[in-house]
Design a protein around this ligand. Structure first.
Ligand SMILES: Cc1ncc(COP(=O)(O)O)c(C=O)c1O
Length: 436
């Protein structure tokens, strides 16, 4: 039996007739019987077309940090929509949101706004290449930086066997339709493999324009960086004149107001932000410091966008950042998220299921494996079947995370301790049933 109720199934049939596979983004398609159609969201909940309410731990793959339909963000957006949104000129709300951003992210000196994470990483990579005059970019296995050609290699969809050996990893192309030559501009390594990064810089440092990294592995279990890893990237980029890009599309405004840069105490040269910055509205930023961000001011490196910094997007960013800057949403997320992380670990221990809960309260993984995962290659060792079974049972009982362990659980400030208590009870029961 699939996840859809009667009305949801009928809406999905309509969706499928009009939209390719019934979705507007491939990751939303769970199969014909399981792809949900949502009527609306309310705080930490989503409600499907049958009126079923679920505690939502997908939160749109991470953007919704305050809760669905946050009234302050909605009010700011409504006001901006009525004031006209797109002017082909700089606008007041854009300047205000940029100032708020810079106050929140202490290492960043300047920024430009965009609309999506994909756009942000595309521009950051072009900046890195433009200012260094080099072509090669290093990325890490299991990391996702959006859907443009330059980064669609060895993402979390890769079969571990296709990644090559640890010492000589092979960039696995994550999509058809990417020209073969693009592969020659990319190097991939396992996350946390400092030895590999040292070796690559020793051999090819003069070719490396930049390193793009999700500071924690937000697209594979929420794996944290080991001590010294991000510091090592910082040091090597400085020594070799390469640009360090933190892809903070998932971590930005989620790990804390200053994102992963502040959390780990590392200043990248460029950072890409989207998701939690706008609580679900399409807004992104490419922020930076020093020569890397000055590349745009000096000219010759293209960046543009009709909808960049449109009034609705920057109003959403401004209202979201203002609310996050009070610290109150993070305190709530910390309490509820920690309750879940500790609760999951305790229930697994009680039921003698080897498990690990990497990450932070705002965004964490739940991994059924003997050893804690260190990088994406460890995906081969987790019990994918048990995880999928448990999660599908949980969805049937009103708790909705992604059914793939690689995608973290996301928390928002609207989740309550009661939601966490219900989630833990449902998890305990579902784990028991799945193992029976
Ligand atoms: C770390 C990271 N970078 C970039 C992106 C791409 O963002 P978008 O989907 O807004 O294009 C994502 C999307 O999940 C992401 O997780």
């Amino acid at each position: 039996m699939g996840l859809q109720g009667e009305q949801t199934a009928a809406w999905f049939r309509r969706a499928k007739a009009a939209l390719v596979n019934g979705v507007s983004s491939q990751f939303r398609y769970w199969g014909d019987d399981d792809t949900m159609v949502i009527d609306h969201g309310e705080g930490g909940y989503v409600i499907d077309m049958d009126g079923n309410r679920y505690i939502d731990y997908q939160l749109g793959f991470g953007p919704v940090i305050l809760g669905h339909g946050d009234p302050d963000v909605a009010a700011a957006v409504s006001e901006a929509a009525l004031a006209g949104t797109t002017f082909a000129m700089t606008q007041r709300r854009e300047v205000e949101a940029a100032e708020q951003f810079l106050a929140a992210v202490p290492w960043a000196e300047q920024l430009r706004f965009g609309n999506t994470g994909t756009e942000a990483t595309m521009h950051a990579i072009r900046l890195a290449r433009g200012v260094t005059g080099r072509d090669v970019i290093l990325k890490f296995e299991g990391q996702y930086h959006g859907v443009h050609d330059y980064v669609m290699f060895s993402t979390a969809g890769a079969p571990p066997a296709a990644l090559g050996s640890r010492s000589q990893p092979v960039p696995w192309q994550s999509s058809s339709g990417i020209p073969e030559t693009i592969r020659s501009y990319i190097r991939v390594l396992p996350f946390n493999d400092m030895e590999g990064v040292e070796r690559l810089f020793r051999d090819q440092g003069h070719q490396i324009a930049g390193v793009i990294v999700e500071p924690m592995l937000g697209n594979a279990f929420g794996i944290m960086p080991e001590d010294g890893f991000l510091q090592g990237l910082r040091r090597l980029c400085t020594d070799h004149g390469s640009v360090l890009i933190f892809d903070e599309v998932k971590t930005g405004f989620r790990m804390g107001l200053g994102g992963a840069g502040e959390y780990f105490g590392i200043d990248p040269d460029l950072g890409t932000f989207a998701k939690a910055m706008g609580n679900g509205f399409p807004v992104a930023a490419i922020a930076g410091r020093g020569d890397a961000i000055k590349g745009w001011a000096e000219g010759g490196i293209a960046q543009a966008g009709t909808y960049s910094a449109n009034g609705v997007a920057v109003a959403a960013a401004g209202a979201t950042i203002a609310k996050l800057a009070t610290g109150e949403p993070y305190a709530r997320i910390e309490t509820v998220g920690r309750m879940l992380m500790e609760g999951f670990a305790a229930i697994c221990a009680q039921q003698s299921v080897p498990a690990h809960v990497p990450g932070v309260p705002a965004m964490f993984g739940l991994v059924f494996s003997d050893e804690p995962p260190r990088d994406f290659r460890d995906a081969a060792n987790h019990d994918e079947e048990l995880y999928g079974d448990v999660i599908r049972r949980m969805i049937g009982k009103g708790v909705f995370p992604v059914d793939d362990a690689l995608e973290p659980w996301f928390l928002c400030a609207a989740h309550s301790e009661e939601d966490a208590a219900k989630t833990l009870a449902v998890f305990e029961e579902s784990l028991r049933e799945a193992r029976a």
